[in-house]
Design a protein around this ligand. Structure first.
Ligand code: SF4
Length: 415
């Protein structure tokens, strides 16, 4: 996750005080765990990475098993649990799980589509004292309902935002951009402000589950840059005005170098004074965290490097504790993800921003080329911007099932 607002607030403070804060290279004690506790969902969204449907799935972790895993996660110094699904509110024991997680002093977030949140559910969520609730909105009413394949889904999700907000729960909107909904981004940002929503999470499309099937609809690089220009300008204005709004992005770590570039273009005087310090902060952030600071446990207890790697399993918490699976580097993918620098190839290997971006999202590379270390086809920076002479070697995102040949990928040995 890339916290735009944090960088913008630091820059706004530096503009006022003349000092940019020193970067901290201290690493978190354990990974953030995104936990898909249930696969069932009342919706069948077009970009769902979990390929969820509205029926029960056999073999999901029991309440006792979840509690046992939580004990291991706590001992392993996991700081954050994001309870997700499917639709996590369809799990009958979700409140007991969340209550225990809070009692164990995890930071607890809930990712929901919001359609099941009525007054009573909002009361229960508020009483749990969750740290954050993210509600997905893929556009305004028509767009969202088409994406979610349910008439009325937008109204129900927006009602959930209002019900929770009225109870003092920190709420964020989650927006996954594709070519089919990019036009709604300005209106959604305005909606965020009108509703006084705390956070806007902009997710780039990742190629997993139905997101992979629909990868041919991924926003083109120019549309992605336009969207980020809009987000950066908004976050900068909010920082200068002292607004308590958070803008974050996910699933494309080229957003880090692109922020530096945006500051150089739009705020050249500040870039000249604080650009080096900002770059150091971006390196300390460290880019893509899959397999390092982000982990995933699915509904069956399988552990993955992140939520987009459900086709690659490190083991199951019923057989080995999460802490053992996460530190077992006999798995070549996990070992490569934890390697620093990662053994990336193609233009990522020669990129001058590798220390900031960390090679971006390996799932996109693997889904399009078959090679998890190939360049990320979702990188929207030009060869000139990353400092390589790539010519025509770019991997292009092809529609689902049309894989490119590995022969197109230049092999570069890891240093
Ligand atoms: S070329 Fe690779 S390492 Fe460089 S910014 Fe793009 S995705 Fe990141």
């Amino acid at each position: 996750m890339f916290r735009i607002s944090q960088f913008m607030r630091d820059l706004a403070n530096a503009e006022r005080t003349g000092a940019y804060p020193a970067a901290s290279h201290r690493k978190p004690p354990g990974p953030v765990v995104i936990w898909n506790l249930i696969r069932r969902c009342n919706l069948t969204c077009k970009h769902c990475y979990a390929l969820s449907a509205d029926h029960d799935y056999a073999g999901e972790l029991s309440t006792d098993e979840v509690f046992t895993v939580m004990d291991d996660l706590k001992a392993f110094h996991v700081p954050v649990l994001i309870l997700s699904g499917g639709e996590p509110l369809m799990r009958p024991d979700i409140h007991a799980i969340a209550e225990r997680a809070k009692a164990m002093r995890f930071y607890v977030g809930l990712s929901t589509n919001g359609t099941l949140v009525d007054d009573a559910e909002a009361d229960r969520i508020a009483a749990l004292g969750l740290d954050y609730v993210g509600i997905s909105l893929d556009g305004l009413r028509d767009t969202h309902d088409k994406f979610r394949r349910l008439d009325g889904a937008f109204d129900r999700s927006l009602a959930a935002v209002r019900l929770l907000h009225a109870r003092g729960v920190k709420v964020g909107l989650r927006f996954t951009m594709t070519a089919l909904n990019a036009h709604d981004l300005p209106a959604l940002l305005q909606l965020m402000r009108d509703e006084q929503v705390d956070k806007f999470y902009f997710s780039h499309l990742n190629y997993a589950g139905r997101g992979n099937i629909h990868r041919g609809k991924d926003a083109q690089h120019l549309a992605t840059r336009d969207a980020l220009d809009m987000l950066y300008a908004r976050a900068w204005a909010a920082a200068q005005e002292g607004r308590d709004e958070d803008y974050v992005t996910g699933n494309n770590d080229a957003d880090g170098p692109y922020l530096l570039q945006w500051v150089a273009t739009h705020l050249p005087a500040l870039h000249a004074r604080f650009g080096d310090a900002m770059a150091e902060h971006l390196r300390a952030w460290g880019g893509n965290a899959s397999g390092v600071n982000v982990a995933n446990i699915d509904n069956l207890g399988n552990v993955h490097p992140d939520t987009m790697w459900w086709h690659h399993t490190l083991g199951n918490v019923r057989e080995r504790p999460f802490s053992a699976l996460w530190t077992d580097l006999s798995d070549p993918l996990l070992a490569g993800l934890k390697q620093h620098p990662r053994p990336v190839q193609g233009r990522c290997a020669g990129c001058r921003h590798l220390a900031i971006c960390n090679g971006n999202t390996r799932v996109r590379a693997q889904q399009v080329t078959g090679n998890p270390w190939a360049e990320d086809p979702g990188c929207y920076l030009t060869d000139e911007e990353i400092g390589v002479a790539g010519g025509d070697m770019r991997v292009v995102t092809t529609p689902f099932s049309a894989r490119q040949t590995l022969a197109q990928i230049p092999v570069v040995e890891a240093s």
